[in-house]
Design a protein around this ligand. Sequence first.
Ligand code: NAD
Length: 323
Amino acid sequence: MAAGLHADEKSLMLGAIILPRRFPATAQAGAVTPGTSGLLTGTPLAQGTVAMKIGVVGCTGRMGQMLIRQIVGTAGCVLAGGVDRPASPAIGKDLGTLIGLEALGLSVGEDPVALFAASDAVIDFTVPAASIQHAHLAAQAQTILVVGTTGLSRDQEAELFRAARYTPIVQSANMSLGVNILLAAVEQVARALGPEVDIEILEMHHRYKVDAPSGTALALGRAAAAGRGVDLDQVAVRSRDGLTGPRRRGDIGFAALRGGDVVGDHSVIFAADGERVELSHRASDRSIFARGAVAAARWAAGKPPGLYGMRDVLGMATPAATG
Ligand code: NAD
């Protein structure tokens, strides 16, 4: 789902900050010499190998720390740096010691403009308002952006789409391989079972999660709705409380549980008279999302500007791709 480039919108988007026009990431990445790069990549690169410079915004968060670990441990990638919100007490700390590794000689910064200028790709798991600011910076710097942040409003989704006219942006509410396979399966099962069957989506996450239903639950709802050929907004019941009356035929219901350290559980329940089909995914380790995000950044190198999803990255894109 790539978006086209409109010159008038480009001048509209370019703000006060002028950054140098970039070449495609593949051509931009600098040659890395073994020995000097080993610390940041975790794996020595062959002489003359071109590594991709990846920056992390929100680098002190749960996912941010996972991303640093993933980039440092991925051959062919170098950590360009990490930035968090200016008030973060971690500003100035070494990015390696922050996550329990040896010092990397890169400290937590607070200037995203410099990070976008120094990176071939930036990965963003922060909060919606920050992700939109980062999308504008990515457009200005023509840096690849991978957005994992969930809970974006419709307007914010539209802004992300506009920014993607100038640079490749990969956005997914869930970067795991398993969930993206689940999305495809849910669409197929919803199509096969038809409108007589009631669809309910149940999710559980850790106590710190701030948005509900989860972005993944909504993506699963969109996949089910696509399978039925309906618009999720017309049939979604995002919560129930009190005298709700009987279930409306065709509704897709959501229920959200919060507690403990649950990384992310999702079930899609297809309930008919006399039988139920349940499709579930349980994440037990955040590294699956970090691995997917780094893979997305690498996949986007050299791609034309546009808004892409994980199903594009995994080569599973369908017309109704939502992940
Ligand atoms: P977290 O609260 O632990 O981390 C968020 C980080 O962003 C914090 O360090 C915070 O200081 C930082 N931040 C906030 N505003 C910022 C700004 N303006 N500039 C720079 N940094 C800023 O949260 P988390 O658990 O890491 O999750 C972050 C987001 O990622 C949430 O929306 C969550 O739902 C989502 N998530 C997505 C996936 C996926 O696969 N897409 C997986 C896990 C989490």
